[in-house]
Each structure stands twice: as C-alpha cells, then as structure tokens.
Design a protein around this ligand. Structure first.
Ligand SMILES: Nc1ncnc2c1ncn2[C@@H]1O[C@H](COP(=O)(O)OP(=O)(O)OP(=O)(O)O)[C@@H](O)[C@H]1O
Ligand SMILES: [Mg+2]
Length: 309
C-alpha cells in the first residue's frame, strides 16, 4: 500500500458477460479490468488515459462503488471499504463522480435546487436555511447564478449542465472527485472554463481529483501523475511531465505521437503474449511471450513491457 494514498485499489479484476451474437443466448466474457492497481494521494490530480474500451470508465465505476469488482480490494484512508461499515459510509460521502454525460445523470423532473439538496440533507445538515445557503454558494462556486437553482436541466447548455453536475458532486463536500471525460462533449471555450474550475478546486480546496480523458493536452494541463491503460491493464504510470517527455511503453509512445487515439493495423497475428499490446506492437519479439509485470524502472515510473523486465 502507498503510505500517502487517500484511495487505493489493489489487484482489481472485472469482467462482463455479454451475448456472443445478437440472437444467441450463449455468453462470452469481456475482461474489462485485469488486475489493476491504482492509488491517488490526498490533494493530487491523477489522470487515466487510454483508447476506447481500455477500461477507464469501468475503473471509475469500481472506484466509486457503482460496480463491484469480481476480485480485489478498495481502501479509503487505509481501510477496506467492503470490510468496515463505518469506513464505507465515510467513503460514500467522500468519493463522488462527475459523469461523462451530465444530461442523463441529472433528473429531468427536478429543479437544480432539489438535486443539490438531496446530498446536503443526507450528509451535511437538515437546517433549511443552511441548506439554502449551501446551494447558493455551490451554484456560484461553479460560475452560475442563484436564479439557475430554480430551473430544470433541459433549460441549460451542455457546459452549464456539466457545471451543475460538478456542483452536485461538491454538494456533500467530498475529498475525492472522479470525473469521467468531463469536458469531451463540450466546446473548446467551455472546456477551458471547466478545466480551470477543477484546477481551482484542487488548488484552493485541496480536492483530490481523478480525471479520465482521452485528450493528452487536458491531462498535461491538469494532472500531476498519469495512468495509461490498454485492454484492461495499466501499461505505464508516471508523473505527467516524465511520461510525456519519456514514454517507455510502445503504446504510450504511440499515444503521445499520434494526434488521436486511433486503432493501428494489427501487425503480429496469433501472438501468445501476456502483453495486451503485443499484436499491435512494432517492438514485438519472442521475449514478449514471457510473463510480464508492471515494474518500477525509474523513480515513480512504472511500465509493463518485456523490454524493461
Ligand atoms: N456494462 C457493461 N456490460 C458489458 N460490457 C461492458 C460494460 N461496461 C463496459 N463493458 C466492456 O468493458 C470494456 C471496457 O469498457 P469501458 O467503458 O470501461 O472503456 P473506456 O476506456 O471507458 O472506453 P471509452 O473511452 O469508449 O469510454 C469494453 O470492452 C466494454 O465493451
Ligand atoms: Mg468510458
């Protein structure tokens, strides 16, 4: 365990059963997470990057307890959340998620003030006047006006709705915010406002932030440290600057040097490697068929690649 971690996941496995074809009843397993280790320190902003289907949202939903892992443990303030009911309720309040699509995560029939009140009543106070004051300051803290509290979700723009979902996450004063692609659906100008808001929350309120993004520029702007995921594995982890300047895993290298997270042509067919990237890797060779682990190759720089074993 990392002594400074506020939240830590150990050896998380998660798979889903899906129908093998549209009409068939037989099931196949999708292995979304394959032994993922993850931690975040208090006050840190950590990024999770990787192409579509690499397991980012699944990890976010495990971290926020929306999904239960098949195996593996989650620790909040060093306590296993599934084994200690007191730490579970502390964790429930303190780890909040901002979803990728704020529209589907906001109740269309509730005015914003009602959405915000729920969590405040549950975790902060029952006093009506205090609840009202908290709602006013929350809506202002995300750059909206008091009268926005009395509107419905459909009366806002995408960027405003994303602010509201951030306000909702903040309503219970959590220590950790998990944001899944919080700006990918927004215009560039609105993106900057939301990213600056996250930066401010971190700097001024010491909020710990886990940010999922497919955009390395966003990660570079905000994150102190980054996890790179590929097919349910963490393939590299390092401080952002180090990772961007000196990517070690061939997948990370490709990610940084291609503008989009595009899918390469398969180069090596029928490979039997424990490396999930082997079939697309330019550096693939026989040594990649040995068992590969995530190992520390420099200070706080981890990579899962046979070339660094
Ligand atoms: N509820 C589910 N049922 C079945 N399969 C799922 C479910 N959620 C995720 N998966 C599968 O698990 C794998 C990882 O999906 P996940 O949504 O975590 O990827 P992601 O990295 O967030 O991708 P994206 O960048 O597209 O959001 C994918 O193969 C996906 O199809
Ligand atoms: Mg996702």
């Amino acid at each position: 365990m990392n002594p400074l971690a506020i939240l830590e996941c150990n050896n998380i496995f998660k798979s889903f059963d899906i129908s093998s074809t549209f009409i068939s009843k037989s099931k196949v397993k999708v292995h979304a997470l394959n032994g993922v280790n993850f931690y975040v320190k208090r006050g840190e902003i950590v990024g999770i990057v990787g192409e579509s289907g690499s397991g980012k949202t699944t990890l976010a939903k495990i971290i926020t307890n929306i999904y239960k892992p098949d195996s593996g443990n989650i620790y909040f303030n060093k306590k296993n959340i599934h084994k200690d009911s007191e730490s579970y309720s502390e964790y429930r309040k303190n780890v909040q998620m901002v979803f990728q699509d704020p529209y589907s995560s906001l109740n269309p029939r509730l005015k914003i003030i009602s959405t915000l009140k729920d969590g405040i009543k549950q975790y902060i106070t029952n006093n009506k006047k205090e609840i009202h004051e908290i709602c006013k300051s929350l809506i202002k803290s995300v750059g909206l006006e008091e009268d926005h509290l009395y509107r419905y979700p459909h009366q806002f723009s995408g960027g405003q709705r994303q602010r509201i979902s951030i306000a909702r996450a903040l309503s219970v004063d959590p220590e950790v915010i998990v944001a899944d692609e919080p700006v990918s659906a927004l215009d560039v100008s609105v993106q900057a406002q939301i990213l600056n808001l996250f930066k401010k929350l971190n700097k001024e309120k010491n909020k710990t932030i886990i940010l999922i993004s497919h955009d390395l520029a966003v990660v570079n702007f905000l994150c102190h440290r980054v996890y790179v995921m590929y097919k349910g594995f963490v393939v590299e982890m390092a401080e952002t600057e180090k990772l961007l300047k000196n990517p070690l895993h061939p997948y990370t290298y490709q990610l940084i040097n291609s503008k989009h997270l595009q899918v390469d042509e398969v180069k090596n067919e029928n490979v039997k490697s424990s490396c999930p990237y082997a079939e697309r890797c330019k550096k693939y060779s026989a040594k990649c068929d040995n068992e590969i682990k995530l190992i520390e190759v420099g200070k706080n720089h981890f990579v899962r690649c046979a070339y660094y074993e």
